[in-house]
Design a protein around this ligand. Structure first.
Ligand code: FES
Length: 249
């Protein structure tokens, strides 16, 4: 395949940045998108030019690092992570636009790399269980209905890639935060701190500069793990109940 790549290049956080065009021949349709960028970087290094900086780690759809905005979609045309996207999803001769996530809370570090530590700070605000749950007990000692366990596991699939923020016109992080709130609030071990947790995580989300949710549903449509909007409804209920009982409305 022959491709024209238009890639966002930005030297550092203070640089204005611009789209730069590159031509690439001999791209195999069996390459992953990141392998195609590896080939481009080898060519750039060979020519003595700066390689394109982009994030990646597991390359197995697990870590959520490979955050690229491809042809106007987070992670490209398929509902998967960029590392699991293959070049057979593109046509020979196609022009592909590659940009970083665009959100005030995710400042660009270099080229296609953004700083997503705002997500880490939201988790640090309350996305964990801190009560002592004692020694490991037999699973059957804490009966959890199958449907509830499935809902918690579905929410726990969120890999924190930030595609929900990048796809949202308001740069809202509600899908991410609600998945993290849900996975804990649904299970017995997470219930003890559920009120304190949701209040702290929502407050941190607002403080980090993410926008509000206006129910456009773009986040669910673009999420590579199919996290459901129903998690946002659950988080809103959790938040309302927490505020009511803390008389803080
Ligand atoms: S590199 Fe880990 S999910 Fe893509």
């Amino acid at each position: 395949m022959k491709l024209t790549l238009k890639i966002w290049r930005q030297k550092n956080a203070n640089d204005k940045g611009k789209m730069v065009e590159y031509k690439l021949d001999h791209v195999s349709e069996d390459m992953s998108f990141l392998e195609m960028l590896d080939v481009l970087n080898e060519e750039l290094l060979h020519k003595g030019e700066q390689p394109v900086a982009f994030d990646h780690d597991c390359r197995e759809g697990i870590c959520g690092m490979c955050s690229l905005y491809i042809n106007g979609h987070p992670h490209g045309p398929l509902q998967t992570t960029t590392c699991q996207l293959h070049m057979r999803s593109f046509k020979d001769g196609e022009t592909i636009y590659i940009e970083p996530w665009r959100a005030k809370a995710f400042p660009v570090v270099k080229d296609l790399v953004v700083n997503r530590s705002a997500f880490d700070r939201i988790i640090q605000a309350g996305g964990y269980v801190s009560v002592n749950t004692g020694v490991t007990v037999d699973a059957n000692e804490i009966p959890v209905p199958r449907e509830t366990a499935d809902l918690a596991m579905d929410a726990a699939q969120c890999i924190g890639c930030g595609a929900c923020v990048a796809s949202c016109k308001n740069a809202s992080a509600m899908l991410f935060v609600s998945a993290k709130v849900s996975q804990l609030a649904l299970l017995p071990q997470g219930k003890a701190e559920r009120k304190k947790r949701v209040e702290k995580m929502v407050a941190k989300m607002d403080e980090e500069g993410f926008g509000s949710c206006t129910n456009t549903g773009a986040c669910e449509a673009e999420c590579p793990k199919g996290i459901s909007l129903s998690n946002i409804a659950r988080m809103n209920r959790e938040y309302f109940v927490a505020k009511l009982s803390s008389n803080n409305l």
